[in-house]
Design a protein around this ligand. Structure first.
Ligand code: SF4
Ligand code: SF4
Length: 464
């Protein structure tokens, strides 16, 4: 019978023991160049995130995704269900973007932009360090009996965690229902906005649970993007990687030793890279699904290399291929250039479509049951119903013109639409016999605002 050889590789995630029990991670506080940069990026992104629902462009929020009322505002532009094709396209572009970006640049998104990492490592973890101290102090505190110190520190930490979760929950809701609606929920009695009030409490509970307890499990067990890494990354992808060619054979550092004559690599086996890792892995075992590219191990290893007088970058952003071939740094190759061009092109395409979107949406259909009418002057007319939607935030007045024949609105000369409003009515299209090319022919109507063409709408004309 074939037997399976025992290997040193683990067959379970790093935060679960052999019996399936959760292992709580106490990462050492990271310090260094990358950590400083990440704090700056985190701060900028957090300011944008919290200010987002309150910023206005032309009186509209910068971003509002009101799924309940199917009203979406992006960069002050109102999108309607009729613009759904743009959302479909945006989703496709999003998926292509994620795939191509990850293939070339690995999990840079996870480390620098993902809200989970930003809040977990940049906000909640830092508060934890501030209140409970670094990793060893946290371990000690968790092990000790419940005394005044523990009750005070844990109580303070969880109260702040809950308060921040409450703020995140409010912001999250403001992105869905808008800041004005949120202010009403917050300032008026809860009984008048019971569903909104319950939503805030539920979201608060979820965020608190995630950041206080579930933590890195979101990245390792729940996040679909994290799960996709195995199929998206290849040996050319840029990841946080350990240079095993340079680092092995690892061995403790002895003062004044010559590591090459001692047949040792540059890794001094201090385990600092493992101690700082918020997902509890040892990057020296290679790229692993838990690695969120947070750069903590880069900073930790660089500080050690500095201390022992060796070159920094034993752990760095690099590709597996570069490391295997003894190269270093990011090298542009045909693939990364091609993928980056495609990324720029599809992003440009979507941006272009967003800005070329028309201010109105119109449907013009022949009135059901109405036959074409012949007139004494020899012309034939068809009756139509129109429905026009004003997608802008201002009142607009429109005129209609048929490119073939003549269009006449019933009972008016112009159509006035209130901001974000709709107008419905009827119109005739008259056609000379000579203009008709058959029993049924397509006609195009042009919609103007102050003489400026806005949109063309196709419909059908039936002759006699
Ligand atoms: S291995 Fe390094 S980059 Fe990856 S999660 Fe751990 S500390 Fe962060
Ligand atoms: S921090 Fe650097 S030197 Fe220390 S164990 Fe990790 S790779 Fe080796």
């Amino acid at each position: 019978m074939k037997t399976v050889e025992k290997t040193d590789f683990r067959d379970k995630i790093s935060t679960v023991d052999q019996s399936g029990k959760r292992l709580w991670i106490y990462p050492k506080m990271p310090k260094g160049k990358f950590t400083n940069w990440r704090h700056i990026v985190n701060t900028i992104l957090l300011i944008i995130l919290f200010a987002g629902p309150f910023l206005r462009i032309n009186g509209q929020p910068v971003l509002m995704l009101n799924i309940l009322e199917r009203k979406f505002i992006i960069f002050g532009q109102i999108f309607w269900p009729q613009d759904f094709y743009l959302f479909g396209l945006a989703m496709m572009v999003g998926v292509i973007f994620i795939v191509l970006f990850t293939v070339v640049y690995g999990r840079i998104f996870c480390g620098w932009i993902c809200p989970q990492t930003i809040f977990m490592e940049g906000v909640f973890r830092r508060i934890e360090y501030w209140i409970e101290g670094d990793w060893t102090a946290q371990k000690k505190l968790d092990k000790q009996e419940w005394n005044t110190e523990k009750v005070w520190k844990k109580g303070l930490k969880h109260s702040i965690f809950f308060l921040i979760s409450f703020i995140i929950s409010n912001t999250f809701l403001a992105y869905i229902i808008g800041s004005e609606e949120l202010l009403k929920i917050v300032t008026e009695p809860p009984t008048e906005h019971l569903s909104g009030f319950i939503a805030i409490l539920v979201f608060t509970g979820v965020f608190y649970g995630v950041f206080a307890f579930f933590r890195e499990q979101v990245c390792t067990n729940v996040c679909p993007y994290g799960r996709l890494q195995g199929v998206l990354l290849d040996k050319k992808s840029i990841v946080v990687a350990y240079d095993y060619k340079r680092g092995e054979n690892r061995g403790k550092f002895r003062k004044n030793e010559n590591r090459s004559t001692a047949l040792k690599g540059d890794c001094v086996d201090c385990s600092l890279c493992v101690s700082v890792c918020p997902t509890g892995i040892d990057i020296r075992n290679g790229t692993q699904l838990e690695c969120i590219n947070c750069t903590a191990c880069i900073d930790a290893c660089d500080s050690i290399m500095d201390n022992v007088g060796l070159e920094k970058g034993l752990i760095r952003y690099d590709s597996e291929e570069n490391i295997a071939e003894g190269k270093s740094g990011f090298n542009w190759n045909a693939r990364s250039i091609a993928y980056t061009i495609v990324l720029i092109a599809i992003t440009g395409l979507l941006t272009g479509l967003l800005f070329l979107r028309t201010d109105v949406d119109a449907t013009i259909l022949r009135t059901p049951g109405m036959m074409p009418q012949s007139h004494e002057d020899g012309r034939v007319s068809n009756l139509y119903n129109y429905k026009i939607i004003n997608k802008t935030n201002r009142e607009i007045t429109l005129e209609l013109e048929s490119l073939t024949g003549t269009a006449t609105l019933v009972g008016k000369n112009q159509i006035t639409l209130p901001a974000q409003g709709t107008a419905e009515g009827a119109l005739f299209i008259y056609m000379e016999k000579g203009e008709m090319s058959g029993i049924s022919q397509p006609v195009v109507l042009q919609i103007f605002e102050d003489g400026r063409p806005l949109k063309k709408v196709k419909t059908k004309f039936i002759g006699r």
